[in-house]
Ligand binder design. Structure first.
Ligand code: HEM
Length: 484
């Protein structure tokens, strides 16, 4: 199998990944190879990248059973997301997905619209004409408020900044620790112990199993970053535990609520009727809270940034939202199809989850090449979405790529910001509806003038705009009054 482009020097692609991640992914985008091999400094550690829609389909859909979520991802998210839906594997994942899927099915989404609109209204109500804003801050406050309300009926709005800061610290630690030699040697150690486990004498099996379990995440957190992570997790744990305690008390008083938190607390195992531990509920809550707001906030900020950079598209979207006689509701989603397309095009150019990894659990082939067990396989939505082999004029912002007739001609797995197959994002319809409603509300209320250019920052766990998209807000009522 050919090596991936780049990866010169002793540390190979490990250095590229840490020091020039997006430039490395641009080189992958320019490569016609469907699968490439990374050069890595640790003997015995093998990693591959699938680099075409066909091989992504093999990895995520056709051969999904041969792969688990990557140990590296689980390691970096251990403190934040534990064994939640995003990071868990096997039977636990299957059970939890079955339990949560109905809450995210398209027909269940209508009931979330009200919270999406109410939160948009509250965020926009704070804007003053002529004010300078970080759009990323606004979209984060917005999606955090929506996630809190729709998933847990909790009013996180007032706490947004404190919780937001703690999540940012935790997510930055995740991005920082991924691929570090310390994390890699940690996982290598775990793999060696797993290999030894079946041959260990009876008395040693339990302690060995405990050590293997502990090694799934960092054992100690050192340095300033480690201390900051520990503090952030402590704050998040306290908040979530309070939410769980309050809800248990409300359920005991017979005050039922139809949200995800009640459903998690109510859930019974099909076999033994056991309820979920507080720890499992906590992992699911933090997983959904993070996965449910961070990605959409980033995607929305990039969408408005892209509109500002493409005035003709901005004008067309403005006409679409102005054609509504009132603030958007779910009944108007069909009339907000350009809002959906600009969001999808922004997710193409700036996919918030831009690298996704798996670990092979058995020998398997991808693109005709043999992949040994225990090796890591990843795909990058950034590289795939910018590939000139699958997207004409790939760097141009063109929402017409998502017109149904053009989508029909494209490979189904050329656009994968939400992943694909059994582990596809459970919140993908939720996110698109949220984006349509929020965009419609924000663009009806205000006009945004960009104050500077942006670049993607790969140092956070999602691909945030480095400067937060600084804009000047012009309230449209004020503009209209001026013209009159
Ligand atoms: C623009 C917004 C979003 C993007 C780009 C996004 C992206 C992704 C991707 C790429 C995956 C698959 C990762 C993999 O295969 O390893 C995923 C999984 C997941 N997402 Fe999203 N997501 C978004 C919004 C949401 C929302 C709104 C929620 C919840 C309300 C959510 C919850 C989840 C969960 C729980 C998983 C794990 C699913 C599983 O493994 O069964 N996401 N997301």
């Amino acid at each position: 199998m050919p090596f991936a482009p780049g990866g010169e020097g002793f540390l190979g692609h490990n250095r590229d990944f840490r020091e020039e991640r997006l430039a490395m992914l641009d080189r992958f985008a320019a490569s016609p190879e469907p699968v490439v091999r990374m050069r890595l400094p640790i003997p015995g550690f093998q990693a591959f990248v699938v680099n075409s829609p066909d091989t992504v389909q093999e990895l995520l859909v056709e051969k999904a059973k041969s792969f688990d979520k990557s140990d590296m991802l689980r390691f970096t998210l251990r403190h934040l997301a534990g064994e939640g839906l995003f990071t868990s594997n096997g039977e636990l994942w299957k059970r939890q997905r079955r339990l949560m899927a109905p809450l995210f099915a398209p027909k269940a989404l209508d009931k979330y619209a009200e919270a999406m609109i109410a939160s948009s209204r509250r965020v926009a109500a704070r804007w003053a004409d002529g004010q300078t804003l970080s759009l990323l801050h606004e979209t984060t406050t917005l999606t955090m408020s929506i996630a809190g309300k729709t998933l847990f009926d909790a009013d996180t709005f007032g706490e947004a900044d404190e919780i937001g800061r703690a999540l940012t610290v935790a997510l930055e630690w995740t991005a920082w620790s991924a691929g570090r030699p310390l994390a890699m040697s940690h996982l290598m150690g775990r793999r060696v112990l797993r290999g030894l486990a079946p041959r260990a004498p009876g008395w040693a099996r339990k302690p060995l199993a405990d050590v293997i379990d502990r090694l799934q995440g960092p054992i100690v957190l050192f340095g300033e970053r480690g201390r900051a992570l520990a503090e952030a997790i402590e704050l998040l744990d306290a908040r979530v535990q309070r939410m769980i305690d309050d809800r248990r008390a409300a359920l005991a008083r017979g005050e039922a609520k139809e949200d995800l938190l009640s459903r998690l607390l109510d859930a019974r195992d099909e076999d033994d009727g056991a309820t979920m531990s507080d720890r499992q509920v906590r992992d699911e809550i933090l997983t959904l809270f993070v996965a449910g707001h961070e990605t959409t906030a980033t995607g929305l900020a990039w969408t408005i940034y892209s509109l500002c950079k493409n005035p003709e598209v901005y004008a067309a979207v403005q006409r679409e939202v102005d054609a509504l006689e009132h603030d958007a509701t779910t009944k108007d989603l069909g009339r907000l199809e350009l809002c959906a397309r600009v969001f999808k095009e922004a997710l193409r150019l700036y996919p918030p989850v831009y690298i996704v990894g798996r670990d092979a659990q058995e020998p398997v082939t991808l693109g005709g090449y043999e992949i040994p067990p225990y090796s890591q396989v990843a795909y990058s939505a950034w590289a795939l979405h910018r590939s000139p082999y699958h997207w004409p004029d790939p760097l141009r912002f063109d929402p017409d790529r998502f017109l149904p007739e053009r989508e029909a001609k494209r490979h189904r797995y050329a656009w994968v910001p939400f992943g694909a197959g059994p582990r596809v994002c459970i919140g993908n319809h939720f996110a698109i509806m949220e984006a349509q409603l929020a965009l419609a509300y924000m663009l009806r209320r205000a006009r945004f003038d960009l104050l500077g250019d942006e670049e993607p920052d790969p140092s956070a766990a999602t691909l945030r705009p480095r400067h937060g998209v600084q804009v000047k807000v012009r309230l449209r009522d004020a503009l209209r009054a001026k013209v009159a």
